[in-house]
Structures are given as C-alpha cells and as structure tokens.
Design a protein around this ligand. Sequence first.
Ligand code: FO1
Length: 318
Amino acid sequence: MRIVVLAGGIGGARFLRGLKRAAPDAEITVIGNTGDDIHLFGLKVCPDLDTVMYTLGGGIDEEQGWGRADETFRVKEELGAYGVGPEWFGLGDRDFATHIVRTQMLAAGYPLSAVTEALCARWKPGVTLLPMSDDRIETHVAVEVDGERKAVHFQEYWVRLRASVPAEAVVPVGAEQAEPAPGVLAAIAAADVILFPPSNPVVSIGTILAVPGIREAIAEAGVPVVGLSPIVGDAPVRGMADKVLAAVGVEATAAAVAAHYGSGLLDGWLVDTVDAGAVAEVEAAGIRCRAVPLMMTGPDATAAMAGEALALAAEVRG
Ligand code: FO1
C-alpha cells in the first residue's frame, strides 16, 4: 500500500513513527513542510525536515521533539562569545553538521530534494522524505509589538516570542512562485491513501497546501484523504496551533479544523474521544468522522491512532 503523509514538525514525525509500526509493509512518502526553514550563520536550517529525519532515523532528542539527542552547544556558545546571534535559537553541535552539509550541497547546485535524499542516506528514516518544494518558502508572521506592526520570521514568532503576541497574519512568503518538488505530485497521484497527521493545520499542513498544485492534486487524487485532529478538547495537544488558527479565523476545535480543510479535501477525520460530541458536526460537513484516542502517549498509542486512520480510509473507500 502506498501512503502519502503531509508532515510538519514534532506531531507529524511522532505520528509517522506510529504509522510505520501500524503499516510495516507500506511504502510511505512524506511531503515535508519547509516553511519553517531559516537561514542562520550562513546556513540553511530545515526544522521540519530534520525533525522527521531524526525522529524516524533514531537521532532525535526525544524529550524536546526537535534537535539531536546527546547534544552539546559549544559552537553556539562560541558564536555568542563573538556577539553573533541569534541566541534564542538553540542549534547544537551535532545539528550544525547537518546544516553545513545541506548548505554546501545547495551551494554546489543540488536542489533541496537531492540534499534531503543525501542526508536521509545516513539516517535511513524508512520513508521517502520529500520537501514540499525546492524553491525557497519561508513563513512570516505579522505581529504588533510595542505598538509597531511588523513581520517576523516564523521561528522568531514561535521560539523567541513563544507566540505570546497574537498573529495578525501568517504568510508563506514565496509559496505563490514555488513549484512542488520533484516526485511530490507523482507520489500523490500514485497514493492509495493520503494522511494529514496532527501537525499544525496553518503553518505546517496549510503551508504545504499553499504550494501551487499540491492541494488540487490531493483533491483530485480520487483516494481516501484522512486527517487526525491536532486539537483535543478545544486546545492544541502541543505547540501553539491555536495562536495561528486565530490568525486565519479558525476556532481551535477539532470540528473547526476539519471544516477548515473542507470536505473537498478531507474524506475522513479522527477526533479524540473527548471530542466525541463533534462527530455529528463533522459528518454534517460531509466528512466521515470517528472519535478515537488521539494522545500520542507512546509508540503503542501512536500506532493505534495510525491504524484507526487507515481503517477509516478503508471505510471511506467502501
Ligand atoms: N524550538 C524551540 O522551541 N527552541 C529552539 O531553540 C529550537 C531550536 C531548533 C533548532 C533546530 C531545529 O530543527 C528545530 C528547533 N526548534 C526549536 C523547533 C522548531 O522551532 C520547530 O520544530 C518547528 O519549526 C515547528 O514545528
């Protein structure tokens, strides 16, 4: 079975670990979000691609959900000693190697998709990891700070500001001129199932869908598209999805996120058991809905969730 998964950072990566357990024989292609990418110290950092690669490759800092395990920060400290920032983005020594290799391959003319393939040759994530695009796309957030309205890079909003100020707008800069990376549309066309894991619906999955051609390809794929709510009990499970959902005028509820994707895209939607009351509302929107445990409390729970998503896809297929 060929499964295509649109993934952001931590939530998507953890879900993928469960999906690999639930469907060990499946051919999984991950379309990774690159809107979180940031250029720091002359290096290109791809947080969501790296989080998937490290999580599935066994190198992730499990407790943080991002960055490498057993990390040290000597280079960051030395940069700080030179007064070279930003100090608010924690790049570790092991992680720096990934960004150095990526940046020198990009400088040699390799597209991001080829670079990602090369990095994955080391990590062997057990999935095909494709960036959503080889073109530069960076999410910026319009905020009002000290009475001044400005656009900050997503990472500054997320990490330095901790999403403590309302996001007035979220803009994937460059998306309109971008193209899907090689293999992305082909993977969607060849898929038997397409899954939206509990990643951020605005800055992760929303950004992937903003690449011209991807949303249309999924809508026209003619195969079950099933999503899992990142919102449980009217609050995001992790991260601050509610902050960016507000920016796009979407309530932080499991039903509102399903409606946000829409029945033109979604065939099925999993909500957590605490949101069982939302099932009727989602079904009324033309999206098949089931209430199952959605807390990724460990590998067994995550594998069970992934199994439920595949079961709903089978039910939708009929
Ligand atoms: N998140 C933080 O909250 N603080 C950090 O200092 C931080 C550093 C960092 C470095 C590399 C990387 O790949 C991810 C990092 N993240 C950090 C997480 C990152 O902001 C998020 O994973 C995504 O951008 C949102 O999904």
